[in-house]
Design a protein around this ligand. Structure first.
Ligand code: SAJ
Length: 427
């Protein structure tokens, strides 16, 4: 099966790299986004998403002449849906973008086309939600057109490499659909391509992120336990991980971003009685920012009117993404309890948290601070020299919520360093 022209719906974190990668591999691509500002911006050479290498890739895609962008899909050989699937306030999946994208495809869907959903979705979405909408065209899924679910699995910060190199799972509503999906993705995927059915592929994606969320919840709970036993959880995890079949992830201020903290809820929603552990893990991770605020409060002996430098705001290191960031929740929580919080993030220095003030640089953030709290282990913040911090800060208290600062170095600079999951410093 040949794909000369494809339509990618949704030009976000996944759709834009995917559309550009197809284009640089010789496929004619219509990139579609309902947001006019995104489309106009791309036409003017602006890339609205920060991801290493993406600007160059998009530029190359446009220069190849294979990429055009617009607000509505056109007739094509294949349609790739890469729209967001967030959760609503009550933790139910918000499928409105998937529904709208599918409805937009209906008028241009033709016999022999392939439609692929990439958005992380609750089990059975492809069969029970997507197929009926597309069949509004009068064509039958699996018979007149091919229909697949193929989850994106790329890690923000490494999207371009992982898009090409990761193994790809493609689930069809029938085997012929899965084969059509393979023919499409083998245009650029160098990792192994595994074919299955659509609902298994949906489940695979949810299981991957739920596994990670559960593992992080376990690490966070270990940090709370270790605290109570005067054990250093970082050392304990490192030693446990020497076991060949154990790999415990890292405790921290919580789980952020738009994937790991969201996707497990799709399983909880689909089967609340059976997904008790999954729900519990979500609750542990969601409670972690508050646990960290308590930790800082204990370390400082109260928060009221304390000047705190809160370092890092993004949901994880080396990205500019602030969505659902636990670092923001911690900074906001400190401010809500009366602290005067100055935030600084080296990647998004203009950002801050509700109730806090943004500092343009590290020196400004630290000047006058009674306590320094590390929220995100960006390279630049990990490397903060305690001797330099001692020159700028007023107080001699530091709290490391990421387990990356060396206690001996901070002590040598005169600081009391408190660490998540470790006994408080002596004295
Ligand atoms: N985190 C910890 N401890 C850890 C690892 C992560 O607290 O040991 C926190 C991070 O700080 C962050 C959150 O978890 O706040 C999520 O970060 P992440 O790096 O685990 O994951 P994401 O959300 O950036 O990307 C995940 C990836 N999924 C898996 O690794 C199973 C990625 O492959 C998926 O494509 C992506 O979700 C997605 O789009 O679903």
């Amino acid at each position: 099966m040949d794909f000369h022209k494809i339509c990618v719906l949704g030009l976000g974190y996944i759709g834009l790299p995917t559309a550009s990668t197809f284009a640089t591999h010789g496929v004619s691509v219509v990139g579609v986004d309902v947001n006019r500002r995104v489309v106009d911006g791309l036409r003017d050479g602006e890339v609205h998403i920060q991801e290493p290498g993406l600007r160059d890739l998009v530029q190359a895609a446009f220069q190849s002449g294979n990429l055009v962008v617009g607000q509505a899909p056109e007739e094509a050989d294949a349609f790739v849906l890469a729209v967001p699937t967030p959760i609503l306030a009550d933790k139910r999946a918000d499928m409105r973008f998937v529904i709208a994208a599918a409805e937009a495809v209906v008028p241009v869907l033709r016999r022999g086309n392939l439609v692929v959903l990439e958005s992380t979705s609750p089990p059975r979405t492809t069969r029970d939600l997507l197929a009926p909408i597309l069949e509004g065209s009068g064509l039958r899924a699996g018979e007149d057109f091919y229909l697949c679910y193929s989850p994106e699995r790329v890690l923000p910060g490494q999207i371009l490499r992982e898009l090409v190199e990761n193994a790809r799972v493609i689930g069809g509503v029938n085997p012929a659909s899965a084969e059509a999906g393979r023919a499409l993705y083998q245009v650029f995927v160098r990792g192994e391509i595994h074919l299955t059915d659509a609902t298994t592929a949906e489940m695979v994606k949810l299981m991957e992120n739920t596994f990670r969320d559960g593992n992080i919840a376990l690490a966070n709970e270990f940090a709370r336990l270790a605290d109570g036993f005067s054990v250093d959880v970082w050392q304990a995890i490192a030693l446990a991980n020497l076991h060949p079949r154990v790999h415990i992830l890292r405790p921290g201020p919580g789980v952020g971003g738009h994937c790991i903290g969201v996707d497990p809820w799709f399983l909880v929603e689909a089967a609340p009685q059976s997904a008790q552990l999954i729900r519990q893990a979500r609750q542990v991770n969601d409670a972690q920012p508050e646990f960290c605020v308590d930790l800082v409060e204990r370390a400082l002996g109260g928060l009221s009117d304390k000047a705190i430098a809160a370092l890092g705001l993004t949901y994880k290191p080396e990205v500019d993404d602030l969505r659902e960031s636990p670092a923001i929740a911690v900074a906001q929580g400190l401010a809500a309890r009366g602290a005067r919080v100055t935030t600084f993030d080296p990647i998004v220095p203009q950002a801050t948290a509700p109730g806090c003030a943004a500092a343009p640089d590290l020196q400004t953030a630290l000047t006058g601070a009674e306590a320094i709290v590390l929220l995100v282990d960006h390279h630049l913040l990990r490397a903060l020299d305690p001797q330099q911090a001692a020159v700028w800060a007023k107080g001699r208290l530091a709290v490391d919520l990421r387990g990356v600062w060396r206690a001996a170095e901070w002590q040598a600079a005169g600081f009391r360093l408190h660490r998540l999951g470790a006994p408080p410093p002596a004295g």
